[in-house]
Design a protein around this ligand. Sequence first.
Ligand code: DHB
Length: 305
Amino acid sequence: MTDLSVEVCGLKLRNPTMLASGVLDETGKSMVEVAKSGAGAIVTKSVGSTPREGHGTPSVVELENGLLNAMGLPNPGIDLYSEEIEIALTAGVPVIGSVFGGTEDEIASLAAKMEGTGVHAVELNLSCPHARGYGAEIGSTPELVESICRKAKSRTSIPIFAKLTPNTPSIGDLALAAERGGADAVVAINTLKGMAISPEARMPILANKVGGLSGPAIKPVGVRCVFEIHEAVDIPVIGVGGIASGRDAVEYIMAGASAVQIGTAVWMHGPGIFSKVSGEVLKFMKENSYSKVKDMVGVAHADGR
Ligand code: DHB
């Protein structure tokens, strides 16, 4: 028997795919739809303490091989959004609540509030590439990553995932800091900082000028980051960045990911991508005599870790 199910930090997933934060997660209804389409788990929209409008438009640029976006973390705030989470929780798959904040105290109290909504784990967005004072600005210093994780852990009793930025010289050091701070897993990678310019307008296309690059273009960066993190820490890694096929997912798993997240491919191809990716992973496992996903984790490392 070939078994697609995985267990990550005690969360039981029927297959190794999760919806990445930021796509089709505006409402409880859309998250339920994504679960119905085959996602093994759902990560919610990143929410903060208060409602936030986000950046002006254009906020997304479609590129040949990916997406560049600077939404600016628009969200209704955790109090209003908890109504959507309540609906998402009826989907019957694990729900991971994503939060962002400007200080470690704010992030820790958001994590505690998020736990109160009934989610199964919290993902700390330590890696938005451009919203000033949030995300990667605080998530690129190992000492801060460690203290944020420690404080969030002290206020919660469910697993804490730290979503890390690739915009750093050593993502292994960030992962190690998250592990030292008590994070139960790391998620890698968030988007890469990028820019697109309109030659006719002679100016950056995004209203925010700088945005986060996602999609197929960043897959090799994500695979390299997961590979490095797997060598640096013992906690599970969740791989994300440019996954649109079973082979993409298997690459991440062999680099060391225990599960994967899919975002841009959902935006590009719709929620049917989850059953497509899972089906292709299953086919690969059958053809290569793997009975469990776990048996593929990290096999690309020479020492088999
Ligand atoms: C945004 C947030 C992110 O974490 C990211 O990677 C890209 C964009 C945003 O809301 O703008």
